[in-house]
Design a protein around this ligand. Sequence first.
Ligand SMILES: [Zn+2]
Length: 446
Amino acid sequence: MPAKKASKTKTPAKAKAPVRTKKKTEPNNGGTTGGATAAGNIQVRMYRVGFGDCFLLTLPTADGPRYILVDCGVHSKGNINVGGTSLIGEAVDNIAEVTGKKLAIVIATHPHQDHISGFGSFAKQFGEFSIDEVWMPWTEDPNDPKAKSLHDKRTALLSKLQAHFAALGVSDDSGPAAAVANMAGNAPAFAALHSGFGVGAKVQYFEAGDVVKEPSGIKGLSVSILGPPTDQSFLSQMNPPADDHYLRLSGGDQDDLSQVKPFVGEQWSFQTADPALGWPELPQDYKDQLKERANSSAEDLAFALDQCVNNCSIVALFSYQGKNLLFPGDAQYGNWKSWLGSDESGTLLSSVSFYKVAHHGSVNATPKEALEKMPDAKFAAMMSTQNKPWPSIPAPGLLPALDRKTGKQWIRSDAIAIAGAPSAPKGTAIPPVFHQGAFWFDYVLG
Ligand SMILES: [Zn+2]
């Protein structure tokens, strides 16, 4: 895989006042707050935030531990409050305490509320950290015309879907409306991320094929970016058809919203060929795919758009001290497919020591082909999940496959029981390799 990004020298972190020593009240069941268990070892901490992702990676170095935060978000319909405080807020406090408010890298894998909301809600707190680098997928690069084009079309479609569901009185708790809600309200998070949290963090955008050597000056760390891709076939799938064809009123009666249809069948035309961007006419199979989408319901369209956003996920393989940790964000099949066929994918996947289960364990986020290439009983997996707002997550079929492939060395975040919050089925085992804290699980790579 070509090394497109040169090694980066560490950006001098802004000098900040010493870490606040405040210790917030936390649900107490005996967990450690610090990175003590990680002394000398790589550690992954998965926070129980509700429906969302918040993972803290600790890397031991000669100069002490360095920290990488991968996502910090929760879905508004899958949030967990304990005594009036959201667990994601508790997680941010814990991150401050563990890291001494020093993060080498903050990664926002993709623009979904359940991965980035915390960066907006707690922008002030993150503004008290020293943060060397902020990573986002190329699809969020404001200076990339293709990214901007995708963005504009997506935003237009999103607002139409929102209006559609609102007009029909569809509850935000319903599946498709919850998918739409997940894409909305992310401006504060992006303002914080794009500004490098106002602390001089270097903001960078990555695409499949990038290899980042020693980011933030962490000697020996190499990060291979496996997604999101930039090729035309991927873009074609990601590029919604011209938005003026969406949700058009079928009968021309602007007041009768029961008649809202996502498309007017035969009038819908393919407009993905865009000479301004140098995109040629699409191959027939993509046209067919788009046409199928065009003929679907608004509900299907909401899920299709949701999936497009998931597929923008940064897929990062961290290689450090002989271990390989795979963090695929919420990559769904389109993203995985872009690199699974390569000669290198077998080598990469067979060397995985840790797998962050993609997209909360949904049905099409961990392709069988990918999981089967991972080494039998030689890696552990963590899944941040719960069955609210989507009862189909995690997908039942994936769980025995994870049992088999990891040798039962995997854990789901909702195995931490919290009163009033959805939990894993009774009797869900917590394998001894995972250390349970107040509202998180730690995995130390031996
Ligand atoms: Zn997610």
